[in-house]
Design a protein around this ligand. Structure first.
Ligand code: DGL
Length: 261
């Protein structure tokens, strides 16, 4: 079983990508809807929550874990890898790798929550591989609540996206990393506002590709993952709005199950 967690339901964009690239693999998802958002919490709190979430997924039978949340990936990866002896994926590295493959000018933009951008993780990882790269990052704190409200194509959302992207646009980036679970849902607007010359890097797709390649190279791990096309979706709080947004994100009629951690 592949275990995937996020601070809420935005991580279903990653589930969607994993289902698309690895059809049939059983999935257990945990969305920490009771404690969302993580993006404006301290690193210490996000690390604690992330470790609890991983333990829950392991108890459900996960043999490979994906931290779908960019904020958790930014601050909790090292601790998670040191605590658990199993494949744990984060969403930063696949996006970094893809941006470096795609960007010709080595001028890369990054958008994410405040916690992700403040962590400087994208700059660090990009510069490890390409010290010459110019990176321009900007937090976009209003985008998560807009997506949660389902305001995916409202004039107000378009205006806010335009405002956030302006400082990156003037830097003439040629690749833009969507460093947050929720942003793939705004991809049409983001692509339109940033312009045709900028490649949009959606970390969920990049991640799913990376897991697929890993499993092809590591059949002993692949054998441990059950493949009955089953998917369970757990959340730490359920409201009608969460259910509505969850269905809109994953584009299928799923049932959320409540679990208290
Ligand atoms: N899942 C978070 C991320 O990808 C966004 C929502 C939150 O702030 O918790 O950074």
């Amino acid at each position: 079983m592949i275990g995937i967690f996020d601070s809420g339901i935005g991580g279903l964009t990653v589930v969607r990508a994993v289902m698309d690239r690895l059809p049939g693999y059983d999935i257990v998802y945990f969305g920490d809807t009771a404690r969302t958002p993580y993006g404006n919490k301290s690193s210490r709190t996000v690390v604690d929550y992330s470790l609890q979430n991983i333990r829950f997924l392991l108890d459900q039978g996960a043999k490979l874990v994906v931290m779908a949340c960019n904020t958790a990936s930014s601050v909790a990866t090292d601790t998670a890898l040191s605590r658990f002896n199993m494949p744990i994926y984060e969403v930063i590295t696949p996006a970094v790798n893809q941006s470096l493959e795609i960007s010709k000018k080595m001028a890369i933009g990054v958008i994410g929550t405040r916690a992700t951008i403040t962590s400087g993780i994208y700059e660090k990882k990009i510069h490890e591989k390409a010290p010459e790269a110019r990176i321009y990052s900007t937090p976009c704190p209003l985008l998560v609540p807009l997506v949660e409200e389902g305001w995916l194509n409202k004039p107000e959302t378009r205006m806010i996206v335009k405002k956030y992207l302006h400082p990156l646009k003037v830097r003439q980036i040629d690749a833009l990393i969507l460093g947050c679970t929720h942003y793939p849902l705004l991809k049409p607007i983001i692509a339109h506002k940033i312009g045709k010359k900028v490649a949009i890097i959606d970390s969920s797709m990049a991640l799913a590709e990376e897991i697929k390649a890993f499993l092809a190279e590591n059949p002993q791990v692949d054998r441990e993952l059950s493949k009955n096309g089953k998917a369970d979706f757990f959340v730490s709080d359920i409201t009608p709005q969460f259910e509505k947004t969850a269905r809109a994100v994953i584009k299928r009629n799923i049932t959320l199950k409540h679990v208290g951690l």
